[in-house]
Ligand binder design. Structure first.
Ligand code: FES
Length: 183
């Protein structure tokens, strides 16, 4: 026969186990959320404290091929696109297409795997879609500005719609292979 003290300690144990499960679940849920939004949070981390600074640093190591992240530089969104070989091939092949604002892909990148452009449509300043996986990228696989229908290609060049200019390439440097400094 169990004593009252033993029964009470069992209740406490059960409560503790329940609490532990709740805490574990919450922790896991929080971890899951953290992982799924990591690229955005990580890329936005410098935003608040670097808003007024001249440059923004980004660690490139966690960014996979085909992944795009957004950082903030001087209050503006900057799209960092680690391009796939297919995207690079497409951008180069389109050097000879009829371009509203002619520029060769090689003149817009320092390392062809990395395209860095200011994420502001050159028509009236909307932020184009295409950064998130599954979002609309327009007819040329780059970015699409839904405000008035401008389509940019995989080099950030305007290809269709009212925008007059290509997405702007900001000043940037790679101090080492895994670090990008914008500004
Ligand atoms: S602001 Fe982008 S199409 Fe008008």
């Amino acid at each position: 026969m169990k004593s009252e003290g033993h029964i009470e300690s069992l209740r406490i144990d059960e409560r503790s186990r329940r609490d532990f499960l709740i805490v574990s679940t919450s922790t896991l849920a929080a971890t899951g959320v953290a992982l799924s939004v990591w690229p955005l949070i990580d890329s936005l981390n410098p935003a608040s404290d670097t808003l007024a600074l001249a440059s923004t640093d980004l660690n490139l190591r966690p960014i996979e091929r085909g992944q795009r992240v957004t950082v903030v530089w001087q209050g503006k969104p900057v799209f960092v696109d680690r391009r796939t070989p297919e995207a690079v091939t497409k951008a180069k092949a389109d050097d000879s297409a009829a371009l509203p604002d002619p520029e060769k892909d090689a003149d817009r990148v320092q390392r062809e795997e990395w395209l860095i452009v200011v994420g502001i449509c050159t028509h009236l300043g909307c932020i184009p879609l295409g950064q998130r996986e599954g979002s609309r990228r327009g007819d040329f696989g780059g970015w699409f500005c839904p405000c008035h229908g401008s389509h940019y290609d995989t080099s950030g060049r305007i290809r269709k719609g009212p925008a007059p200019r290509n997405l702007v390439v900001p000043p940037y440097a790679f101090p080492n292979p895994e670090k990008l400094v914008i500004g």
